[in-house]
Design a protein around this ligand. Structure first.
Ligand code: ME8
Length: 665
């Protein structure tokens, strides 16, 4: 029997372009929706747009449009972005749709008939900018404490929902469910709010002040307050008062995702509204943390709002989805930077995962004819690999169940690293050279199985690349079931496809990003990743060249002829592994694939600048015909080119992927 799973995002206001904050919540919802579908659950994933209220009216008025025409145009921006980010929502609800407005009016009438709504007058200092009332002591220098704008004394009648009547029920509900709201800090925040008097909720706006809302059915002086209207979407979208079967199937939702900014509305308002309707709240609310950008709050005036379209153009949807989920844990706040993006992409997607796939597929193609080889008998090392895989898969699934996506990606990367280490210790190149085909087959088969496990677990994050990897492994589909970690999911004899590297390394900022950053900062051109850390230092002024006609320049000291240069064989090599030198602090010991029968061991004096893991997957330039030597006891079969000196040595690499062994001219 398949389980049902209902997940929602907030409905975003149609008052601006969607940015990475909106993308974050929606991708997070999509990841859990895809994960549950892969487990065989019947999933309903709801998102949409919040189209009533003061903010939307104001924006529409600024644009000279009716609020409806404005919303008709702007909601499309969200839909378009969700297509680009591969969001698989099942329903997109707009709060101006009749299926929603009709039911909101029925709910209001029902609550009114049952005495849950009453009229009262209210007086206070009203701020148009903040769209709310303040008390005398809230004001700062007589002005709105939020916007700094002037306030006016307003007395008006409104309708109120008897929220306080349900305060105790909500307290009991929350007390009995310490994990109803996560992370814990948000649960504690809620408990703090519930210790105070929550009061009743003003649920209308007078038409003459704010006409853009759902009309109150029995009183044309008022329209519905935007939050009371919008929160109801979570039940109107699944058939409340319209389709009883659908509604009883989907409500209560399993997870409601939201940002920490709207915790109170989703717990206190929404919880008590549901109790008044005789319904239960959702099983779990996750109020995630906030994204800042390069250390600052995202804001239009700072010009640092990150446009997700630009990210998708530059890096591709899969990479954007992955990095957003891996870069920060869901609960706390996090900072977005392009440098951070690229470091994570290169370390985890290009190096650990991409490199494992490329090594497994290329070695199997080269030595075993490009088909899934036989497993053969398992050795001690194979058993250890299987145990590590089983433990990590279990832990990864546990993380996914808790929506701990960052930790889940740590496990996926850990599995890829285990696969890379396995290749290192099992040395398939040595098995090939020794002609031990049976064991070579066993090693490559297990490495390919690790790739399958990585692909299946990566699917919710990177649906396209993971699907592509499964295809290359000869699988059309792979379920996330109890057998996932078993090293026998591939079909022996199935054809493998090598293809280009799945996640090519990013060596510099893509042009689109460079241009956008320059435009936003009006600053000096940025090109390298390091340059992003600060402005480019001014260039030293060059001395003026003498005017006189110059004779042929003399040869530089130590000049050599072209023939002499060509005696040095420079070749591209792919770093398969790197580790610290046992006897020398400055040296790293690299295993480098030069397209030969076996990789070479080369010592390089770059330990001051690089961690060994950073180098794995890099294409470097090797002096290939240097006499082998021993460096502090470790044999070194070549030399790796690097620029600079001392601890600042930077390795020379190629701008694009090339085959190991390619000649460097
Ligand atoms: O609040 N970091 O809509 P909204 C992370 N219409 N997440 C962010 C973010 C950031 N910097 N900025 C926005 C509303 N978000 C109401 C909701 S629900 C019935 C009505 C995300 O357009 C986060 O999920 O202001 C936040 O809660 C939501 O966008 C707010 O979107």
């Amino acid at each position: 029997m398949s389980e049902r799973f209902y997940v929602t995002t907030p409905l975003y206001y149609v008052n601006d372009k969607p940015h990475i904050g909106h993308s974050y919540t929606t991708v997070a919802a999509d990841v859990i929706a895809r994960y549950r579908r892969a487990q065989g659950a019947d999933v309903h994933f709801l998102t949409g747009t919040d189209e009533h209220g003061q903010k939307v009216l104001q924006k529409a008025t600024e644009r000279g449009l009716s609020p409806q025409a404005h919303a008709d145009e702007l909601h499309q921006r969200f839909k378009d972005l969700w297509v680009r980010l591969d969001i698989t929502y099942d329903d997109f609800i707009r709060t101006t749709e009749p299926r929603h407005t009709r039911v909101v009016q029925q709910v209001l009438q029902d609550l009114y008939d049952r005495g849950e709504i009453y009229e009262d007058s209210y007086a206070g200092w009203y701020s148009t900018a903040a769209e709310r009332f303040w008390t005398e002591k809230d004001l700062v220098d007589g002005k709105c404490p939020e916007s700094g704008q002037p306030v006016e004394w307003l007395e008006e009648s409104n309708l109120f929902f008897r929220m306080s009547k349900y305060a105790d029920q909500l307290r009991e509900w929350a007390d009995a469910r310490p994990e109803w709201v996560t992370p814990e800090s948000r649960y504690n925040e809620l408990q703090g709010a519930l210790r105070k008097d929550i009061g009743d909720l003003c649920i209308t706006r007078p038409v003459e002040r704010m006409p853009w809302g759902i009309p109150i059915p029995w009183d044309d002086r008022f329209v519905t307050y935007v939050w009371f209207d919008a929160l109801l979407n979570y039940i109107t979208a699944v058939g409340y008062k319209a389709d009883d079967d659908a509604f009883s199937k989907w409500w209560p939702a399993d997870v409601q995702l939201l940002g920490k900014d709207i915790l109170t509305t989703h717990t206190v308002y929404w919880g008590t509204m549901l109790f008044a309707l005789g319904l239960e709240p959702a099983r779990h609310l996750l109020a995630h943390g906030w994204w800042t950008v390069e250390g600052q709050k995202m804001s239009k005036s700072l010009g640092n709002v990150v446009d997700p379209h630009l990210l998708v153009d530059a890096y591709g949807a899969d990479s954007v989805r992955y990095v957003l989920m891996a870069e920060k844990a869901l609960g706390p706040d996090g900072d977005f930077s392009h440098k951070g993006f690229q470091l994570r992409y290169n370390a985890e997607l290009a190096n650990d995962i991409g490199n494992l796939a490329h090594r497994a597929l290329s070695m199997t193609e080269k030595w075993l004819g490009g088909v899934v080889p036989a497993l053969g008998d398992a050795t001690e090392a194979d058993g250890a690999l299987a145990r590590e895989l089983a433990a990590r898969v279990q832990s990864c699934c546990g993380c996914m169940d808790r929506l701990a996506y960052q930790e889940a990606t740590r496990e996926i990367v850990g599995i890829a690293q285990a696969g890379n280490n396995y290749i290192q210790t099992q040395q398939p190149w040595a098995l090939n050279k020794a002609g031990d085909t049976a064991r070579l087959a066993g090693v490559m088969r297990r490495t390919l199985e690790v790739c399958r496990v990585v692909a299946v677990l990566l699917q919710p994050f990177c649906p396209n690349k993971a699907g592509e990897l499964l295809g290359r492994l000869g699988l059309s589909d792979a379920r996330l079931d109890a057998d996932l970690a078993r090293l026998s999911g591939l079909t022996e004899g199935a054809t493998l496809t090598l293809g280009d590297p799945l996640f090519p390394r990013l060596l510099e900022l893509p042009d689109a990003i460079t241009a956008a950053l320059e435009a936003a900062r009006g600053a000096a051109p940025l090109k390298s990743l390091d340059a992003e850390a600060g402005p480019t230092p001014p260039k030293k002024s060059k001395k003026k060249a003498p005017k006189a006609r110059k004779p042929e320049p003399p040869p530089p000291p130590g000049a050599i002829s072209k023939d002499q240069f060509e005696q040095v064989q420079l070749r591209a090599g792919r770093v398969l592994a790197a580790e610290a030198h046992p006897n020398a602090d400055r040296l790293l010991v690299l295993t480098v694939d030069l397209g030969e029968d076996r990789p070479r061991t080369i010592c390089a004096g770059v330990a001051g600048r690089y961690q060994p893991d950073e180098l794995v997957g890099l294409t470097v330039v090797v002096v290939a015909n240097l006499k082998p030597a021993k460096l502090r006891g470790v044999p070194s079969e070549g030399m790796i080119l690097a620029a600079g000196d001392g601890d600042g040595l930077a390795m020379v690499t190629t701008l694009a992927e090339v085959e190991p062994g390619a000649i460097v001219r």
